[in-house]
Design a protein around this ligand. Structure first.
Ligand code: MG
Length: 461
């Protein structure tokens, strides 16, 4: 089997119910709906954290974020990041001769040792963290903030780029990379800025949107997919390229237009709406057309799966939590989820565990809170994916079994609620003298967009 090119498209905060093929009736996503019709769409795909940095660290390493010391969210100029000794998908594919590039949001540390080009990527173009970290907002606060840095490899090439045009620039970077490496194999990781707020959307997408700026941002994501598929076909490498589309966590669903329907909860929670997101895989000739897979798969599974498709394996000198899901991608008869259990953490708090169809909630706390309230709730996800009917009292045997699963999780990965340190955790990367990537200077010629609307995201223009 020829090793495929891999394009991994990861959106930011796109909810389970935000695409037409996942039930949205307001966002128009014809290219992604076609992608699902030509490939397989998963209905039980989970990211490993309902927040950005932790989710991305897990995606890149194939490990629970607690295992790699990255359970939280990173901010500009912090001393922390993905440890240089951790091995990413880009490291593994690069060692197999793949050309590797990330376009977009990294969010696994902004100090030089943690940037993508020191984590296996040949090339990097994009934002090192979330798009709300820049200097948009009231003038008096700007001086205290770090402008949003647009980076090429390890260098800041622009401060505070105009976000309305940024996704088009990302798309151009992707098309250039695909053309330059059409002979393959290549690994392109497109980590969209959309639909993380604030949303700055080109006017042409706003004009056609039926769901305001949010719908416009989703349509822009769809447009990029259409352009990339067109390019693969034009170059004749459509059948040699595995394309994956997904999101880093659920929608905030805070009134800006996002939806996790039919799931309960939002980004930043361990309800299904925080961690179950869209996952579509397309590879003409290999992945069966029009498939729908209901088996539990996770973002940690991409590391071992892509490593094997590239002719390697996941790292063997350390614990990797992901499993090879190629049999599910290829629709092999009788293929089943490789995961007997799944742990739902937020930060270092174990809030829920799952075994098969059963999900037991243990606690709930706010995204950035240290504390959490105890919760005794059991749901049958096969019958009740919306987590509406608590059957805790009806199944004491199931509760007891899942309590044991929780104990195993605590022993391995820790739980601050119980004051337990995990035995299987590796250290986070840390540098002694962190510095922000750039500093605010109102006369800096590369500061092009200092938006003056602090409370309402600018949408279009
Ligand atoms: Mg996110």
């Amino acid at each position: 089997m020829k090793r495929p090119n891999v394009i991994l498209i990861n959106c930011d905060d796109l909810g389970y119910g935000d695409l037409g093929c996942y039930g949205s009736t307001v966002n128009r996503t014809p290219a992604l709906d076609r992608m699902a019709a030509e490939g397989v769409r998963f209905t039980d795909y989970h990211v490993i954290s309902p927040v950005c940095s932790a989710s991305r660290a897990a995606l890149m390493t194939g490990c629970y974020p607690q295992r790699v010391g990255m359970p939280g969210v990173l901010f500009p100029g912090q001393p922390l990041g993905l440890h240089p000794d951790e091995i990413t998908i880009a490291d593994v594919l690069g060692a197999q001769g793949y050309r590797t590039k990330i376009v977009g949001k990294w969010h696994c540390g902004d100090q030089p040792a943690f940037l993508p080009t020191n984590h296996g990527f040949d090339e990097y173009y994009g934002l090192p963290y979330s798009n709300d970290m820049g200097i948009q907002g009231p003038a008096e606060k700007r001086a205290a903030r770090v402008p949003l840095p647009l980076m090429r490899n390890g260098e800041v090439i622009q401060q505070q780029p105009d976000q309305r045009g940024l996704t088009e620039r990302y798309m151009e970077q992707c098309v250039r990379f695909i053309r330059d490496h059409r002979e393959g194999p290549f690994f392109l990781y497109l980590a969209h800025m959309y639909v993380h707020v604030p949303l700055f959307v080109p006017q042409r997408f706003l004009k056609t949107s039926r769901n305001g700026g949010y719908g416009g941002a989703v349509e822009c994501i769809d447009w990029v997919a259409e352009v990339l598929f067109h390019e693969l076909e034009r170059l004749g490498i459509d059948g040699e390229t595995l394309v994956i589309f997904t999101s880093d966590n659920g929608s905030r669903a805070g009134g800006e237009g996002g939806s996790n329907a039919p799931l309960r909860g939002t980004k930043g929670t361990t309800w299904e709406g925080g961690q179950r997101v869209s996952f579509i895989v397309r590879w003409p000739g290999r992945v069966p057309e029009g498939g729908v897979c209901d088996e539990l798969v996770t973002s940690m599974d991409l590391m071992p799966t892509l490593a094997r498709l590239a002719g390697a394996t996941e790292p063997r000198d350390r614990r990797i939590d992901g499993r090879d899901i190629a049999p599910l991608l290829f629709g092999e008869p009788g293929a089943r989820s490789p995961h007997e259990v799944f742990y739902y953490y937020i930060r270092d708090r174990l809030e829920a565990v799952r075994k098969g169809k059963w999900k037991l909630h243990l606690a709930k706390g706010a995204m950035f809170a240290r504390e959490a309230e105890p919760l005794n709730a059991l749901y049958d996800l096969d019958r009740d994916v919306g987590e509406e009917r608590n059957v805790f009292d009806e199944h004491p045997d199931v509760v007891a079994e899942l309590m044991e699963v929780a104990e195993e999780a605590r022993e391995d990965l820790g739980d601050t609620i119980k004051g337990v340190a995990g035995k299987g955790c590796r250290p986070v990367g840390e540098v002694p003298d962190p510095k922000p990537l750039c500093v605010y200077d109102e006369n800096h010629p590369y500061i092009v967009a200092a938006y003056d609307t602090p409370d309402t995201p600018v949408m279009g223009g």
